[in-house]
Write a protein that binds this ligand. Structure first.
Ligand code: AMP
Length: 281
């Protein structure tokens, strides 16, 4: 496995690979890797000859400086995980490498930018698309892999790809969960034992909606899920919604491609998100 820290070194490593017409896949991460990240790399390996995993805690997407400061950075653990899953190249640039000068990034991500996560974390998706565009420019991947765990993020990245008319293919991978249902997240490490228990209400509420899903009962199911979460001590609900998977607007019938339930809540001091697809056509 090659570990690369500069844009120039990565470009010169990938040049000959591209000339040899080998497919290059990119899996962008912020490190503190878990089985969810590994699953992305494993799917990427099935689609491309060379897999690049980037580890970069991108400052421009953090809307809370404390969240950025305490974001976990277990480097040795990450390297061991990447070695073990057979990742070919790790790209781990410094902040200066990715942001050599001041920048004023802003692109039109459509109305969904300001809903849900965009409402609670203003500017978050500008930062996400800014770094993903930079990574796409450096790696020029044929395919890039993202987790459904960050449902709205995938929509925003697809929006950015069409805004710049990029030729990269975006593939969304399923959410990997702990055995008890909690969606894996780098932030789970911040949960104490009680928080960890309380956090289960998020996936339970989602499964409850999915298990009882009925197009005619959407408001009732949303209300029940909110009630379950709000009744859990130590959990502060930001939103639980059932929405159209393309617009993120409240579900209307007949629905478009997908209906999805999305949830965000603060569990103790840690903000968690999760989601579940309820219907697809
Ligand atoms: P992050 O390091 O949190 O920025 O995540 C890097 C990538 O891994 C993103 O595309 C996430 O959506 C994805 N990811 C995070 N958690 C999971 C999970 N539990 N299952 C699948 N993919 C995930």
């Amino acid at each position: 496995m090659k570990v690369i820290n500069t844009v120039a070194a990565l470009k010169s490593l990938l040049g000959p690979i591209r000339s040899a017409q080998q497919k290059i896949a990119l899996v962008p991460t912020m490190g503190a890797l878990h089985k969810g990240h590994v699953s992305l790399i494993e799917v990427a390996q099935q689609h491309a000859e060379v897999v690049v995993c980037s580890i970069f805690v991108n400052p421009t997407q953090f809307t809370d400086p404390k969240d950025l400061e305490k974001y976990p950075r277990p480097l040795e653990h990450d390297m061991a995980m990447l070695e073990q899953c057979g990742c070919d190249i790790v790209f781990m640039p410094s902040v200066k490498e990715m942001y050599p000068g001041p920048e004023n990034w802003h692109i039109d991500l459509g109305p969904a930018e300001f809903l849900l996560e965009g409402e609670f974390r203003r500017g978050h998706y500008q930062g996400v698309t800014q770094i993903v565009k930079k990574l796409f420019d450096v790696v020029s991947p044929d395919i890039a892999f993202f987790g459904q765990k960050d449902f709205q993020q995938v929509l925003m990245i697809q929006q950015m790809v069409s805004y710049f008319n990029l030729s990269v293919q975006i593939i969304t991978c399923p959410i990997i969960r702990e055995e008890d249902g909690l969606a894996m997240s780098s932030r789970n490490i911040h949960l104490n034992a009680q928080d960890r228990q309380n956090a289960l209400v998020l996936s339970r509420a989602l499964y409850n909606v999915k298990d009882h899903f009925d197009l005619g009962r959407i408001p009732e199911l949303e209300a029940k899920a909110r009630q379950m979460i709000e009744a859990t001590q130590g959990v502060k609900l930001d939103y639980f919604v059932i929405v159209d998977g393309l617009t993120l607007e409240p579900a209307e019938l007949p629905y478009g491609k997908q209906l999805v339930a999305l949830v965000a809540a603060k569990v103790g001091e840690t903000r968690l998100i999760d989601n579940m697809i309820l219907a697809e056509q």
